[in-house]
Design a protein around this ligand. Structure first.
Ligand code: ATP
Length: 209
């Protein structure tokens, strides 16, 4: 019996570009989607080695009454403190990557997908993926969705967008781009086309092509 390495598509996109709207549709096709945001919560959940490490470094003040990580006070603790932020990331990031790896290895689908919002910002760690899919939306659409969804003003939404890699930088990494301008229902066909392409690519990947 030969070992098979799963075919891995990494999905990324700017904030409020519609990543979740897209991954939901791949999941509806039966594809396993593993999300770095979910991983980031899992690796510091109560009882985890990650949380113990955080408490050793930052002290118990970052826990809430139930013993879970208090995200608000953790955010405050690292806000504007680069050393603290780096220390936190040194604890969480490797664990996030390991969590994603484990889920990829356990996946038994024709291919699987990693949803990684900051993929291009952390590209050195993800060069091993087989394919990069970028969800692309015009900045004006991102702004509008972000303001509406998070109930924030244009200036804050603009700053949140600017904190991330530029759209052009992200697109430079893309094998495939899914346009998410206009109506969300248009995504159905676009995802179905990509799904068929990935099934074919995964097939030739398996046969060593
Ligand atoms: N084509 C579209 N037309 C209208 N609204 C959309 C469209 N795509 C997504 N939205 C809406 O915009 C918001 C952001 O979409 P979504 O949550 O999928 O983005 P995301 O990239 O996953 O966001 P984040 O980066 O914050 O995780 C949601 O409220 C969603 O319903």
């Amino acid at each position: 019996m030969s070992m098979r390495s799963p075919y891995v598509v990494a999905l990324t996109g700017g904030i409020a570009s519609g990543k979740s709207a897209v991954t939901r549709r791949f999941e509806a096709h039966g594809i396993g989607v593993y999300d770095a945001d979910v991983a980031a919560r899992e690796v510091v959940k109560p009882g985890s080695e990650g949380l113990a490490e955080i408490v050793r470094h930052f002290g118990p003040a970052v826990l809430d009454a139930s013993g879970a990580l208090d995200r608000a006070s953790m955010r405050q603790r690292v806000f504007g403190d680069d050393d603290a932020r780096k220390a936190l990331e040194a604890i969480t990031h490797p664990r996030v990557r390991q969590w994603l790896r484990q889920h990829v290895e356990a996946d038994r689908g024709p291919y699987c997908m990693l949803a990684i919002p900051l993929l291009v910002e952390n590209w050195d760690h993800y060069r091993w993926v087989d394919r990069v899919l970028v969800v692309d939306a015009p900045v004006a659409d991102q702004l509008e969705r972000l303001m509406k969804r998070d109930n924030i003003d244009a200036a804050l939404a603009q700053r949140m967008i600017e904190r991330q890699a530029a759209r052009e930088h992200r697109l430079a990494h893309a094998h495939d781009v899914i346009e998410n301008a206009g109506d969300e229902s248009e995504l159905d066909d676009r995802v179905e086309r990509l799904h068929r392409r990935y099934l074919a690519l995964a097939d030739s990947h398996r046969s060593g092509g």
